[in-house]
Design a protein around this ligand. Structure first.
Ligand SMILES: [Zn+2]
Length: 489
């Protein structure tokens, strides 16, 4: 692996991620004495974007040999950041926060079930077993927020709290040359970033990090948006308006929500509505999704690990029903269950592509006295996006069959677990020595607009602002970006 000629200290950053999901970045470190080591930041699956079978195939393999990796560092427990970890089969150490490990256990277990179903559906081999998953999890080393670990005598990794979701981190990597001749290379991976989270009390990024000469690998999911674009209160207003209009008792509200973060947020909002008498007292509030149930359980049992505020521990609405399969079947048939009482169903997944939402949405979208309320980002081509793009009264294709969309479909961005473009630019303003910004994690068009915004709106000069397009290898030296090459695909 070692190179013969001394070429100075530099790293190559390779990310084949084109869109929003499937985060997995290889950092290839080339030391000036010829030593060459590699590690990964995130090891995620593609979710919802494009063809399901093609995604299954992509999610079944890893481009890198785990035996050649020093470590894999995981920013947070969303499957698009950690879903392919079991493919490491325990052959590489994994580093993450304590909270992320707890949630990752639930998420990877759930994802293994999805992969198993898809393997059967496509008559393909299940890419890993529960033994591989156990082996991988046994290799996880957890850090507290602010704690560091050396993955090599010259590479230090520090995790910092990130309000994106419970347990999420930002990752700082500091790479030194042994002779002390070259300046340190500092890489900060923002992960998916959010400024604050109403459930969590977390330490902000310390000032010493903001003073470093730094290359930042930055998310740009909502790069176009501003704080004013967030429609606070819209969810509650939409629900109130819908409930007011109903002249019979058997209305239904279906709320697709991501299991992690979003579900507790939506439940808390429903609790507030209950407290204010905005939801009738005979309304059944149901939460469906095994992963949502296990994540809530994990949260409530480990409040200190996650930094959950005391007052937010009581976030569930009164009388909350955790649905199982039989209740789900009864709700999506003419069995008469709750046929004369209103029902609110909070269900995973948020984009409607996985979990029980796949049963609720095709069934209830045909009902006139139903409101389907999306609560977060839906990728292009996902069922959630298709429903939002279909006019009421028109037909929509779901799993090969055409259904008439009679339900009202609404969405809100107020529960977003991502910062707006404006907030990310504000976040960047705090850094004193930004040398290079690599914009990752976003639809291609949005990343383009965001990169232009960063360049126009940032009050200081950053030498290089580049878009990670999944096709380019970036070379970062001790003074920032020094090269770009096309990846061999
Ligand atoms: Zn995320």
């Amino acid at each position: 692996m070692s190179v013969k000629t001394k070429t100075g200290l530099y790293v190559e950053i390779i990310s084949k991620q084109k869109g929003v999901t499937g985060s997995c970045t290889l950092v290839n470190v080339r030391f000036n004495d010829g030593e060459n080591v590699k590690f990964l930041v995130d090891c995620g699956s593609i979710q919802g974007e494009g063809d399901i079978k093609e995604n299954f195939i992509k999610n079944s393999s890893l481009e890198y040999d785990p035996k050649e990796l020093l470590a894999t560092i995981i920013t947070h427990a969303h499957i698009d950041h950690c879903g392919r970890l079991p493919l490491l089969k325990g052959e590489c150490p994994v580093i993450t926060s304590k909270g992320t490990l707890l949630l990752m256990k639930n998420a990877l277990d759930d994802n293994m079930g999805i992969m198993r179903e898809q393997a059967e559906q496509f008559k393909l081999k299940q890419p890993y077993t529960s033994v591989d998953l156990t082996k991988t999890l046994s290799k996880v080393k957890t850090l507290e927020f602010g704690e560091s670990i050396k993955i090599h005598d010259r590479i230090k990794v520090t995790l910092f709290a990130n309000p994106h979701i419970f347990g999420a981190t930002m990752v700082l990597i500091q790479i030194k040359d042994r002779s002390g001749f070259y300046r340190e290379i500092n890489l900060l991976f923002s992960g998916d970033y959010k400024v604050e989270n109403r459930f969590l009390q977390l330490q902000s990024l310390p000032d010493w990090v903001k003073k470093l000469n730094l290359t930042i690998f930055l998310e740009g999911t909502y790069g176009k948006s501003n704080k004013n674009d967030i429609t606070y209160g819209k969810f509650r207003r939409n629900l109130k308006e819908f409930i007011k209009k109903q002249d019979s008792n058997n209305w239904v509200i279906v709320i697709p929500a991501f299991s992690l973060g979003r579900t507790p947020d939506v439940l808390y909002e429903l609790k507030l509505m209950q407290d204010q008498g905005e939801i009738p007292s005979n309304c059944n509030i149901i939460c469906d999704g095994n992963l949502s149930h296990s994540h809530m359980n994990t949260m409530l049992h480990n409040p200190d690990t996650f930094g959950i505020k005391n007052e937010m521990l009581d976030f569930k609405p009164k009388g909350l029903i955790l649905a199982d399969k039989s209740l789900r079947m009864a709700l999506t048939s003419t069995s008469g269950k709750f046929s004369n009482e209103p029902v609110i169903i909070v269900t995973s997944s948020g984009m409607g592509t996985h979990g029980p939402a796949q049963m609720y949405l095709p069934y209830f979208c045909q009902r006139e006295n139903c409101l389907i309320h999306f609560t977060g980002y839906t990728v292009e081509e996902s069922l959630g996006r298709r429903l939002q793009d279909t006019a009421q009264g028109s037909s929509v294709q779901i799993s090969g069959a055409y259904k008439c969309l009679n339900a009202t479909v609404k969405s809100t961005n107020e529960f977003s677990s991502h910062a707006t473009g404006e907030e990310i630019i504000e976040f960047l303003k705090d850094f004193e020595n930004l040398e290079c910004i690599l914009i990752n994690h976003g639809e291609p068009e949005i990343k383009k607009v965001f990169s232009q915004r960063v360049s126009n709106e940032l009050d200081k000069k950053v030498k290089d602002i580049e878009i990670v397009d999944g096709k380019t290898k970036f070379r970062i030296s001790t003074y920032g970006l020094t090269g770009k090459t096309k990846l061999q695909m």
